[in-house]
Write a protein that binds this ligand. Structure first.
Ligand code: GAP
Length: 462
């Protein structure tokens, strides 16, 4: 069993630096000093994130008969969040330091740095003078409409703190419009916002982030079994995107630590370089959510079972994953530094992002061996045009081909193809119209016919 407190700050520093240098992740508003807790994804980060969301959607919604999708509004009515309990209780305990004026989450104060004396932890400096803990609501509140009156409660709206609530609120509309029958799920991917007291660990705890959530509605007696089934489904998903089971930990959240309405909660955790931390929660939420919205809205939300003639409030199993956290896990898992020794015994470190081809931001690098060879360039561009409708590719004709391979290794491109003299038929008829195909991980090379490239790649990158 891995030591859950193991950390590797040096590795994390290298990852953060690569992410900026190669255009995966930038701090939001960096030009103006940065917006704390918010991140922008650069060209490669955007591709990676899109690949993750697309694969989640495909395997969760499109390839299943029992899950449909939705895309709800971010701005959320106050009444919804009053009924759900968020207005009254979605808070973290906060303490202030009267000396340095810093604000800290009371539950992890011991691990926070004191801005007054960075070498010590909050509460550890003799100068620290902490207030009693107070509850701080994590929701971003706003006013709707140009004539919104500060005191009009109907003008108040919130940026949603989770995607789940619009699913519960629309459950009846989906049920009535989609001919779904229990058990069935509604899935959603989208932004959520939480005014975290101390955003930290790079993108791990952000103030604006994306979630990938499923609310799976079922008969009460199936809740526990389906929770275990969903846990397995979700673990398989992580394996399919390149996060091995050995790096995942399942925390069966004990009684007393779960939300009061939850009969079972599993946290799926990953071994980040800053410690073992939560990626996703799989929670059996009973009929709590539909119950509070039925009460809050005064509208019936029961399900009528045609076969048994039973009327009841469905129970809910909720696998709720963080998209940004999973992207971060993919990046941390992929990062590798490999020492290579050449024929003369000289050592060199190769930085390689070992993304699974399905997640890789660029699927294939296309390289004419010689930039000045018109025929090689023509064929390379033709291949680029042929592959582009199917996948993200990168054309590069500058510098030695070895350096071009290395640049692609560093961003995790699993395959490189080089259009060379053999392609033009100079190595014999049998090699004409073939290209060199180089594998990122093994660095092995083989030849493949241009006509076979697209099906060969499609089989591996989807
Ligand atoms: N609907 C249930 C729900 O929202 P949660 O455990 O609060 O449950 C689910 O959030 C997932 O959303 C977490 O496991 C995590 O991956 C992600 N998440 C939550 N807060 C986050 C934050 N501040 N920054 C990044 N991801 C976050």
């Amino acid at each position: 069993m891995a030591d859950k407190t193991n950390t590797d700050p040096q590795r994390m520093e290298k990852i953060v630096s690569l992410c900026k240098r190669r255009g995966f992740i930038f701090q939001a508003g960096e030009l103006y000093g940065g917006l704390n807790g918010c991140w922008d994804y650069g060209p490669l980060g955007a591709e990676l994130k899109r690949n993750l969301k697309d694969y989640w959607w495909r395997t969760t919604v499109q390839e299943r008969d029992d899950v449909v999708g939705m895309d709800g509004a971010i701005l959320t009515m106050q009444q919804v969040l009053v009924a759900s309990g968020h207005v009254g209780g979605f808070s973290d305990p906060m303490v202030d330091c009267k000396t340095c004026k810093g604000r800290f989450r009371a539950d992890n104060v011991a691990s926070m740095q004191c801005p007054e004396k960075p070498s010590c932890c909050v509460g550890g400096s003799p100068k620290c003078e902490l207030t009693e803990a107070r509850e701080f609501n994590l929701m971003f509140k706003t006013k709707m409409g140009a004539s919104a009156d500060e005191n009009d409660p109907n003008a108040t709206a919130y940026l949603r703190p989770e995607t789940a609530q619009s699913i519960f609120v629309q459950y009846k509309n989906v049920l009535d419009s989609s001919r779904v029958k229990l058990p069935f799920g509604i899935a959603q991917v989208g932004k959520s916002f939480r005014n975290e007291i101390n955003p930290r660990n790079y993108t791990f705890r952000s103030r604006e982030f994306e979630q990938m959530e499923i609310e799976y509605f079922c008969h009460p007696e199936d809740g526990m079994r389906l929770t275990d089934e969903w846990l397995e489904t979700r673990l398989k998903f992580y394996e399919e995107i390149g996060i091995p089971r050995t790096k995942l930990h399942i925390l069966d959240v004990p009684d007393g630590e779960r939300a009061f309405y939850s009969q079972k909660t599993y946290d799926i955790e990953y071994e980040f370089p800053f410690g073992v931390q939560e990626l996703e929660g799989v929670a059996y939420r009973t009929d709590y959510d539909l119950g509070v919205h039925q009460k809050g809205s005064g509208r019936p939300l029961e399900y009528f079972d045609e076969e048994t003639k039973e009327k009841f409030l469905p129970h809910v199993v909720e696998p709720s994953a963080g998209c940004d956290r999973t992207v971060l896990a993919l990046i941390c898992e992929a990062f590798d530094e490999e020492t290579l020794t050449d024929d003369k015994g000289k050592e060199d470190v190769r930085t390689v992002m070992r993304f699974t081809p399905r997640m890789a931001p660029i699927k294939v690098g296309i390289f004419p061996l010689l930039k000045k060879n018109e025929e090689q360039v023509r064929i390379a561009k033709e291949i680029q045009k042929k592959l582009q409708p199917w996948m993200n590719v990168f054309y590069d004709d500058s510098g030695a081909v070895g350096r071009r391979y290395r640049r692609q290794d560093e961003v995790g491109t699993p395959y490189g193809i080089t259009i060379d003299f053999e392609t033009l038929g100079e190595g014999g008829e049998e090699l004409k119209n073939t290209v060199t195909l180089r594998h990122r991980d093994s660095m092995e090379q083989e030849r493949i016919a241009i006509d076979a490239l697209l099906p060969w790649l499609l089989e591996r990158v989807r």
